[in-house]
Design a protein around this ligand. Structure first.
Ligand code: FES
Ligand SMILES: [Fe+2]
Length: 387
């Protein structure tokens, strides 16, 4: 982020502090509760948003060298992402071309070959079929035609995007818009500090709604992170279907008496980018992390978290620092998960016909404009990621 943008964001936050105001959404938004409960709608969302649209599946730090690979199943389609011997990034459906086992069974690794655990067919990291036991049983098989099926993959600023349905390339310039230029000068973290996941008994949108607003911070998280932040003192800026949000910590007030040269945004605020349809990234002084939500069933969602940094947890002090952060995440995410399950039961009760988002819940409400647009295009057979 360039210095002028950083200073401008701080000035906007301080102006809000002075006037006791916030960025507000233009109007209330109500969404039908049935969108959280309808199995037909759920199936359309899974296909349009999580398979036809690119999703963030990992980070460059997970593929540290040629020969590295990792697998990803949360879109509902098994994917393997590889860095081949030449260092090029590739992604494939992680489905053996024999009878459908997984070509790569491990979550991650470094190898020249991936071997299906069922009958032992092997593939190289370019997806080519390299070997099959008792090959005389497959006389005449055109091995070239039985490589793994490639899927579009792209890498930008450390994040790896895959579109789980085979097709044309992912246009990240168009998708990320101004976000790409804004973070271009920031270093890409080299160390994977944590990769975790949880299953939560709610619709994926219930959990996403939670991650996209700070209105709940002062109440739900009153005993931990709530008091660290200004009450919902946030900035919103839209980038197509994506969004930047800046959340002010209470310490922002100390900047009013300091020279501008000493102003540093991340000392006093959390910078986040929402990447449509399911990923919220967080930039802090000492690490970069993101949370993604993945629909498993209409009332079951997997939440994944990755944390990367430009430092490794290789000393007792750093390990303790990381653990302190993980413990705080456990505490706050535990509250978010329990509340999301409570909300899902509430929505299922039939008490409410709509989910109501106030003007402080801009992020949660705004995502549904993009969801409607993407679903509309998908129903018409058009490209979903043409933003
Ligand atoms: S299904 Fe993979 S080797 Fe048979
Ligand atoms: Fe929360």
């Amino acid at each position: 982020m360039d210095r002028d943008t950083e200073l401008h964001l701080i000035e906007r936050l301080l102006a809000h502090v002075d006037a006791d105001t916030r960025d507000l959404a233009p109007a209330l938004v109500e969404r039908p509760v049935r969108e959280y409960l309808d199995p037909v709608r759920f199936g359309e969302e899974q296909e349009a948003l999580f398979r036809a649209h690119p999703v963030v599946v990992g980070h460059t730090a997970q593929l540290p060298e040629p020969g590295s690979f990792f697998t990803h199943d949360h879109s509902g389609v098994p994917i393997v992402v590889t860095r081949n011997e030449a260092g090029a990034l590739q992604a494939f459906l992680n489905v053996c071309r024999h009878r459908g086992g997984k070509a790569a069974g491990q979550a991650c690794g470094s190898a020249k070959r991936m071997t299906c655990a069922y009958h032992g067919w092997t593939y190289d990291l370019d997806g080519r079929l390299r070997g099959l036991p008792l090959a005389d049983g497959f006389d005449g098989l055109d091995r070239e035609a039985y490589g793994l099926v490639p899927v579009p993959v792209a890498e930008r600023h450390g994040l790896i995007y895959v579109r789980p349905r085979p097709g044309g390339p992912i246009d990240l310039d168009r998708f990320l818009g101004g976000i790409s230029a804004e973070v271009a000068d920031e270093p890409v973290a080299a160390h994977l500090l944590a990769s975790r996941s949880w299953e939560v008994a709610c619709n994926w949108k219930v959990l996403l709604d939670n991650f996209l607003e700070l209105y709940h911070l002062a109440t739900l998280h009153a005993s931990n992170i709530g008091p660290m932040f200004e009450p919902n003192r946030i900035l919103f800026d839209d980038y197509g279907p994506n969004r930047r949000r800046v959340d002010a910590r209470r310490s922002i007030r100390s900047l009013a008496g300091q020279p501008r040269e000493q102003w540093r945004l991340l000392d006093h605020a959390l910078r986040t980018y929402f990447l449509f349809p399911n990923t919220q990234t967080f930039w802090t002084q000492d690490y970069f992390s993101w949370l993604s939500v993945w629909p498993v069933a209409i009332d079951r969602t997997v939440c994944t978290q990755l944390i990367v940094a430009d430092w490794a947890a290789d000393t007792d002090r750093r390990r303790a620092h990381l653990q302190t952060n993980l413990d705080l995440f456990d505490l706050t995410l535990g509250e978010d998960f329990a509340m999301s399950e409570e909300v899902q039961r509430g929505l299922g009760s039939g008490a409410n016909e709509t989910v109501l988002f106030g003007r402080h819940e801009h992020g949660a409400a705004a995502v549904y404009g993009a969801v409607d647009e993407a679903l509309g295009r998908w129903r018409c057979g058009e490209s979903v990621d043409a933003w």
